[in-house]
Design a protein around this ligand. Structure first.
Ligand SMILES: Cc1ncc(COP(=O)(O)O)c(C=O)c1O
Length: 367
């Protein structure tokens, strides 16, 4: 049996409705920002429960713009977690800031107890990541941030639809950022990003900055860039958003089957704790195991496309050499990078495929 990681051909097997919508867009000629982008932004804001949503080119752009909006620039530091996708950290550098890492915990989320020690007079933002689609402890992060007067920018790029006690990921900080890259359930036929905020001033800045700082064609209020969401992508995103809850529920169902099936194997393969009140959306279904590379090779040899997110922690990447970190600085993150595995659990995986994954895992450990 084959269990592929990619599913995009199936998500868009029937595109007729999308083409109908796109015909309407093409008939208007509204190809930069305009009513289709505005309509999607409103719809997305309502979906996550935020006052404003601002579409961007990419999730990375959403992060860079957010960091600039809260005052990150040269001489400023941004605290984030060492186990994330490189874009989180690249965005800090692109905004002119310096990344300051803290370790993660056994849920693969930022170790909140380490944040306060990392704060200096130069700290301009705290950037927690909803890694794998699971929320970190946002209450404690906000408690520290509010007490110390530091803005929080959330990297919810993997976490559309994730929640803590009914409140969506991305709505806790000054801004929350999302990716609509093809591998996300809410995707827009190419790269795309979106920022949410309840802060009118920040929303105004973001709308100006992503569009050359233009108030209108003849009036430039601030220096800006071109970081706009494309209207055709807003049209696609709007239709995908109608289906996204169903896709997320299917992922949650599949993750539950894997969780149940892995019970009893705890000595060999560890699952993170699932917190009450947290809705995880399983962008990545992560486990850790001691013989990781052998395990991944075995799964792949049986047709199961397992992945590793990621084998080299960011603080040990060549790009990070100027930051002065070394092996041993973030032991939990480093251990996870040796042991972590992503199992396919997306919305198109069937019950039979999950049963097959579990059987192959049991076979590996029975050897
Ligand atoms: C945690 C995280 N942050 C940021 C990004 C960047 O998003 P994009 O690829 O849309 O630029 C991603 C993309 O996968 C991500 O997983």
């Amino acid at each position: 049996m084959q269990v592929p990681y990619n599913y995009l051909d199936r998500q868009f097997a029937d595109v007729e409705d999308y083409f109908q919508d796109l015909r309407k867009l093409v008939a208007t000629g509204e190809f930069t920002l305009g009513p289709f982008v505005e309509a999607f932004e409103k719809k997305f804001a309502a979906y996550v429960g935020a006052k404003h949503a601002i579409g961007t080119n990419t999730g990375t752009g959403a992060l860079i713009l957010s960091l600039k909006a809260v005052g990150v620039g040269p001489g400023k530091e941004v605290i984030t977690v060492a186990n994330t996708f490189i874009a989180t950290v690249g965005a800090i550098v692109a905004a002119g800031g310096r990344p300051v890492f803290v370790d993660c915990d056994d849920r693969y989320q930022i170790d909140v107890s380490a944040i306060e020690r990392a704060i200096t007079v130069n700290t301009a933002a705290i950037l927690p990541v909803h890694w794998a689609g699971a929320p970190p402890d946002m209450d404690r992060i906000l408690e520290i941030a509010n007490r110390r007067g530091i803005p929080v920018v959330e990297d919810a790029c993997q976490a559309v639809g994730a929640k803590i006690n009914g409140r969506c990921a991305g709505t806790f900080g000054k801004t929350g950022t999302f990716s609509m890259h093809p591998i996300k359930p809410l995707n827009v036929w190419g790269d795309g990003g979106i920022i949410v905020t309840d802060d009118d001033k920040i929303a105004k800045f973001l709308r100006l900055y992503r569009n050359h700082g233009m108030v209108d064609r003849d009036h430039i209020e601030i220096w800006g860039v071109n970081d706009r969401l494309q209207p055709f992508q807003a049209v696609v995103g709007s239709r995908v958003l109608d289906t996204v809850e169903g896709l997320i529920e299917k992922r949650i169902h599949n993750a539950g089957l894997l969780d149940d099936g892995l019970k009893g194997l705890e000595a060999k393969i560890s699952r993170p704790q699932r917190l009450a009140g947290h809705r995880e959306v399983y962008q990545l279904y992560l486990v850790t195991t001691k013989r990781r590379d052998e395990f991944v090779r075995f799964l792949i040899s049986r047709g199961i496309e397992a992945k590793v997110h990621y084998p080299i922690p960011i603080h040990l990447q060549n790009a990070a050499r100027d930051l002065g970190y070394k092996r041993g600085d973030f032991p939990v993150c480093e251990r996870q990078s040796d042991e972590v595995v992503t199992l396919p659990a997306h919305q198109y995986i069937t019950g039979e495929q999950i049963a097959y994954i579990l059987a192959v895992i049991r076979e590996f450990y029975a050897e």
